[in-house]
Design a protein around this ligand. Structure first.
Ligand code: ADP
Ligand code: MG
Length: 701
């Protein structure tokens, strides 16, 4: 196959050899021809534009000038430390500076010869200079191949030493593209290419490295970005097809007494339309005979728990057991309490299993689990241990998905011959585009409506110097019977420092809010589980007015009477974390407040985060802002996925193209799910090649 040439070791490319190959591998992970081909420029500079010296200003990144060089001088006595020269055109002159590599340059310049120089101007002592400019002779006006857009590649010191600066890499690209001419296989079908008016793959790759003009560069980018998105979508959607065709699921055909009894007699409120819609979606899935793998997104407080519970009741109606896995002991307990309370007057059985469950209790619980007596098991990681054996696990709920690794989820999965239906719940709203890229093979449900009667939380930003006003406000709220959270960041520099910081804050609060008028709880990561629990319970029961804590309370804690969330050093938290924290209040009928305390020294990102929080309570809007500020690579859970290995495409900026590529992928797979038709041969071939490259690609859930 001619495509094999792409797998050739980079060593064998003209201009490389073993030494340079070693450096290319180490420095920029270029092992093969293909790696180099996909090592795209990071910038293009328009070389058809010439500036005049008089036009220079500090805003210009790179400029190209045409003129004369003279006054070459070396500075330094025994050891020459730099070389300077004067560059002039008809509008003025600037200085050129070299700090190394000037030995062979020194006598090279011919006075009276016109040169083209290129570089970044900087202002020094009121005069512009350019250090280490590129110097060239003017291109002969008669040669016809003039690339007016010059590509720039990222290089490194070690590469530069071996002559592989941007220009050197560009030369290698030229050599490579010469060999590859006519050998780059098209990866898309003629139909897709025609419908989208794309240029060919070969043309795109040629133009991404050596653009003929702006227009072709644009076309090359569109073509290659589309391809990146398209094959990711195809891969994910194909996984979904495989999963739903190969993996049979339990069929929960009926809705029986457990569900109906609960719905009619014990449901403490009316479900929101969004909750009803999601239950319907899940009911359809679990009745279909295919295994369900569904991501349930719903903002904090949107009522995901009840949805999960009702679905578990359907499983029980069909003779199956269910479980809920939560990321922390506190959250598992909270779920256990909520669900036991809801099921109090039913004969559904629920148990809790965590790391601190006692041996005797464990034993009892395991035997009930194996006999099938136990309907619902709620717990932490402890659930995935091999000793935990269900009689017939049919439905699994995973809460706060991003805290679990892929492999942990896979282990839960393997507890039966037929895998249980999986509902992954997350309160970290993932922007639609990211969800599509990351979870393209999962179905997605969204609860996009909060239960009625909630008052929007008021969010206010205060500087540390306003602390007395904040204390005053807190006292007023406590007088009205409300409770307050005060949260400190985990800075992670050092646990002892973090703790010191927290304890100082705690001391200040205890001084301001002394006994017997006030009571303050404290919870942090270094306390023993039972101490933590004790302090937490005092707050939950209303015995203390203030809970001082680190982010352990971020997830799950539900105290409806708590109406104020004070976040200290708010600028140190990420947006999604701030949003999670804020979600701890606003659960009761009272007006709730989120107070963001910061220092005066805010970075521009920090400022934007605070502004976003003050402006909106919409989790999805916040997630979008977060994505914009941090980039997808930093969003929790994405690093491990390896899916966002996008070279050109940007899921925020190129959202339209992403949606479009998904649509195209769906259309193709609908007509030809196995990609067997002749017209899709190229697509199938390319997908296969990609899979070979990344054999470790695995299912997300
Ligand atoms: P989350 O989606 O954050 O897990 P929860 O399931 O904890 O939200 O629900 C938040 C609160 O809202 C709980 O106190 C729950 O009882 C209540 N709740 C859920 N659904 C409704 C509803 N339809 N009407 C009124 N209250 C509801
Ligand atoms: Mg929850």
């Amino acid at each position: 196959m001619s495509d094999n040439i792409l797998n050739t070791s980079i060593e064998y490319l003209k201009g490389v050899g073993p030494l340079r190959a070693e450096i290319l591998k180490k420095e920029i992970q270029v092992y093969t021809f293909s790696d180099l081909l996909y090592y795209y420029p990071f910038r293009y500079v328009d070389k058809s534009k010439f500036y005049k010296v008089s036009e220079l200003n500090s805003d210009l990144a790179y400029v190209q000038l045409k003129g004369y060089i003279d006054n070459v001088k070396t500075i330094g006595d025994k050891r020459i430390i730099r070389m300077t020269a004067r560059f002039r055109d008809e509008s003025g002159d600037i200085e050129l500076v070299w700090f190394n590599g000037f030995k062979w340059l020194k006598d090279k310049f011919l006075y009276g010869q016109q040169y083209i120089i290129f570089g970044k101007p900087t202002l020094f002592n009121g005069k512009y200079n350019i250090s280490h400019p590129d110097v060239e002779l003017p291109v002969d006006e008669n040669t016809d191949i003039v690339f007016n857009l010059q590509s720039f590649y990222n290089s490194s010191e070690k590469l530069k030493v071996k002559g592989l600066d941007s220009k050197g890499i560009s030369k290698l690209q030229k050599n490579l593209l010469t060999i590859l001419q006519g050998k780059i296989i098209e990866s898309l079908s003629a139909e897709v290419i025609n419908n989208l008016k794309l240029i060919s793959r070969e043309e795109a790759l040629l133009n991404i490295h050596f653009p003929v003009n702006h227009e072709m560069l644009k076309k090359a980018e569109i073509r290659l970005k589309f391809e990146e998105f398209f094959f990711i979508q195809l891969k994910l959607l194909k996984l979904k097809i495989i999963r739903t065709s190969k993996y049979n699921g339990h069929t929960f055909s009926k809705v029986g007494d457990y569900f109906n009894d609960f719905y009619n007699k014990h449901l403490p409120f009316t479900l929101t339309n969004a909750q009803k819609k999601v239950i319907k979606e899940i009911r359809y899935d679990i009745g279909s005979g295919k295994q369900m793998n569904r991501l349930l997104q719903g903002d904090v407080g949107s009522g995901k728990t009840i949805v999960a519970l009702m679905c578990m009741l359907i499983a029980i109606d069909n003779g199956y057991q269910s479980c809920i896995m939560a990321p922390t002991e506190i959250l598992a307990k909270q779920h256990f309490n909520t669900i036991s309370k809801l099921l109090q007057k039913t004969n559904v059985t629920v148990e809790l299993l965590t790391g601190s469950t006692k041996k005797a209790q464990r034993k009892k619980l395991f035997s009930e689990l194996e006999s099938g007596e136990l309907h619902i098991l709620i717990g932490t990681h402890a659930l995935i241990e091999d000793t935990v054996q269900f009689k017939n696990l049919g439905f699994t709920v995973i809460d706060e998905q991003h805290r679990f690794g892929v492999s942990q989820r896979a282990r839960l999965w393997k507890k039966n011959n037929i895998p249980p239906h999986v509902l992954v719940m997350t309160a970290t709203p993932i922007p639609r585009t990211l969800a599509m890229t990351l979870y393209g093979d999962l179905d997605i449900s969204v609860i996009d409506e909060l239960p009625p009667g909630r008052k929007a939380i008021k969010t206010i930003h205060f500087y540390d110097s306003d602390r007395l006003r904040v204390f005053g406000f807190m006292k007023k709220q406590i007088q009205e019977g409300r409770q307050i959270y005060v949260v400190y960041p985990l800075i992670n520099e050092s646990e002892t420092l973090d703790l010191k910081f927290l304890m100082e804050g705690y001391d200040a609060i205890v001084r301001e809010f002394p006994l017997p008028d006030y009571a303050v709880s404290i919870v942090h990561g270094q306390m023993k589980a039972n101490e933590k629990d004790y302090e937490m319970q005092r707050f939950v029961k209303g015995e203390t007015n203030i809970l001082v804590a680190t982010t352990v309370i971020e997830v799950g804690v539900d105290v409806p009477n708590a109406s104020v969330m004070v976040i200290e050093n708010a600028e140190r938290f990420g947006l999604s974390q701030l949003h999670q924290l804020r979600g701890r209040v606003g659960r009761g009928a009272d007006q709730s407040y989120c107070i963001l305390m910061t220092t005066y020294k805010l970075t521009s990102d920090g400022k934007k985060r605070i502004e976003t929080m003050v402006k909106t309570t919409d989790g999805f809007e916040i997630a979008e802002a977060d994505l914009r500020l941090r980039g997808p690579g930093d969003i929790e859970g994405t690093q491990q996925s390896g899916i966002l290995d996008l070279k050109l495409a940007d899921i925020v900026k190129d959202e339209k193209l992403l949606l479009y590529s998904r649509k195209v992928a769906i259309e193709i797979l609908e007509k030809d799910p196995q990609l067997e038709k002749p017209e899709n041969r190229q697509i199938a071939y390319h997908l296969n090649e990609m899979n070979k490259e990344k054999a470790n690609w695995s299912r997300i859930s």
